[in-house]
Design a protein around this ligand. Structure first.
Ligand code: ZN
Ligand code: MN
Length: 485
């Protein structure tokens, strides 16, 4: 029997507002001493009243629109009741039957497949406190209690562990681009539970699902799902497919899921409307305004970099993933293009090659971030122009870039003072190439007739002329340029 996995994700994203969801407490408590960013409201003292945070609603609005969700003109808050030490009030203020938004989707590229993943809803709620386990006792840090959360629930549209990972990575990027969350899984800003069941291929029925918790990296999401598919396949083959919904925890060290408990049914939470908060009314005009505020999103940027800049999918992806580096390359292209007869693609190719590959390597080597760079965009443009004009060969250009990053000095100054410029005793490279080609008319004819390996012969001849000071790749390019014209 062939089985197919049915996977859905439940994701909690911490919103990086200044204050908490329902009180004025500082929302940066994760960096503060335990139990210092709390007040009677987030501690659930009797007689206190919660007031929804407008900034959290704004952020949820942008996140919902970016995920193509329909924002309801009216939604309401509900109390989700359960008893646990991380929940100061004995209930969590969440949204149940009238959520903030619903019915969206996200298109993601998985390998070479375009996948359309439905999103059931995005609603607002408050985070719980953090439990720290120390030996036999547990400690509670309430700083996190009341942090605004956007809970995002996908439809069971995910078919493979890889898809689940790619979906989450895209979601994190979107949150970054919107500036609504740092979405760092390791720090718990983005938390994911995965629901998975199997079914015979071709069957349309849904079978009993298992929920996997404690997934705190993209890799663990993928690994846990791979493991769970294996485990459930064996159960099916033994005629023992799950019949009771259960929760299992992922043990990253052992690489397996461990039974935790059988899950509460929804009625166990005794949801009822939060009596202290009036329904949330969002006008269509407000939604339009939020829509107009949306920045360019990762998939739009990816597409633009491929179409307008002529970048490969890989380079585009790289620049989308590293937003700061992407922003830098775009700024460079904008300044560089006018110097290259407004050839955007040529400017993009040059900038991407040097900034992504070479500058990226220098940054990694020195553990630097783009915003920690000493040199200005102007100086990087000047550097790229020096490369474009072939005033320096590729080896020396790397030295030049390194000096530039280290010192922030003017590239032309560095070029002159360190004697890095391309040798031009015998005239520029173009003239040398022309001269060499003129002296081998027969070989040029043979090359043009299809004997392409001859290119090496020409390169060798030119290199002898420049006494090895030229960059062979540049030489080869220059020769090819001339042979074509
Ligand atoms: Zn508070
Ligand atoms: Mn939740």
């Amino acid at each position: 029997m062939e089985l197919e996995p049915i996977i859905g994700l439940e994701i909690h994203v911490q919103l990086k507002t200044k204050s908490k969801m329902f009180c004025a407490c500082d929302n940066t408590g994760e960096d503060k001493p335990a139990n210092t960013t709390i007040c009677p409201i987030c501690m659930g003292y009797p007689g206190t009243l919660p007031v929804p945070n407008a900034e959290a609603i704004h952020m949820a609005g942008k996140a919902a629109l970016a995920l193509n969700l329909h924002i309801n003109n009216r939604s309401k808050f509900d109390r989700k009741n359960y008893f646990y030490p991380d929940l100061p009030k004995g209930y969590q203020i969440s949204q149940y039957d009238e959520p903030f938004s619903q019915n969206g989707y996200l298109d993601v590229e998985v390998g070479s497949n375009q996948r359309h993943i439905g999103i059931e809803r995005l609603h607002l709620e408050e985070d719980t406190a953090k439990l720290l386990h120390a030996g036999k006792s547990s400690l509670v840090d309430f700083n996190r209690a009341g942090t605004p959360l956007a809970e995002i629930v996908t439809k069971p549209d995910i078919k493979t562990p890889e898809e689940a990972r790619v979906f989450l990575q895209e979601l994190r990027l979107i949150m970054w681009y919107l500036g609504v969350s740092d979405a760092d899984m390791e720090k718990g800003h983005l938390r994911c539970d995965a629901n998975i069941s199997l079914r015979p291929l071709g069957d349309s029925k849904m079978y009993t699902k298992t929920e996997i918790k404690n997934l705190n990296s993209f890799r663990s999401v993928e690994r846990a799902l791979v493991y769970e598919i294996g485990r459930q396949t064996k159960l099916w083959e033994a005629g023992q497919a799950p019949t009771i919904t259960s929760t299992r925890g992922w043990d990253d060290k052992k690489g397996e899921t461990v039974a935790q408990r059988e899950k509460e049914a929804v009625h166990d939470y005794r949801y009822f409307p939060e009596p202290d908060i009036p329904p949330l009314e969002i006008s269509s005009k407000q939604i339009e305004l939020w829509q107009s505020e949306l920045p360019e999103l990762p998939n739009q940027r990816r597409q633009r970099l491929v179409e307008d800049y002529g970048l490969s999918q890989n380079d585009a992806q790289f620049l989308v993933d590293d937003k700061a580096l992407g922003d830098l390359v775009e700024k460079l292209v904008e300044d560089l293009a006018p110097e290259l007869e407004n050839d955007i693609k040529a400017a993009a190719k040059l900038a991407t090659n040097w900034i992504v590959n070479k500058l990226g390597a220098i940054l990694r080597e020195n553990n630097l971030m783009v915003d920690g760079l000493k040199c200005s965009v102007d100086k990087l443009v000047e550097f790229l122009l020096i490369v474009a004009r072939r005033q320096v060969n590729s080896t020396n250009a790397q030295v030049l870039l390194k000096r530039l990053v280290e010192t922030g000095r003017d590239p032309q100054d560095i070029l002159d003072s360190e004697d890095l410029a391309q040798s031009s005793e015998n005239g520029g490279l173009t003239e040398i190439v022309q001269r060499v080609l003129n002296s081998y008319p027969d070989q040029v004819k043979e090359y043009k007739a299809g004997k392409e390996p001859l290119i090496k012969f020409f390169v060798g001849a030119v290199m002898r002329e420049t006494k090895g000071k030229s960059d062979p790749l540049v030489v080869e390019e220059t020769i090819k340029d001339q042979l074509v014209s």
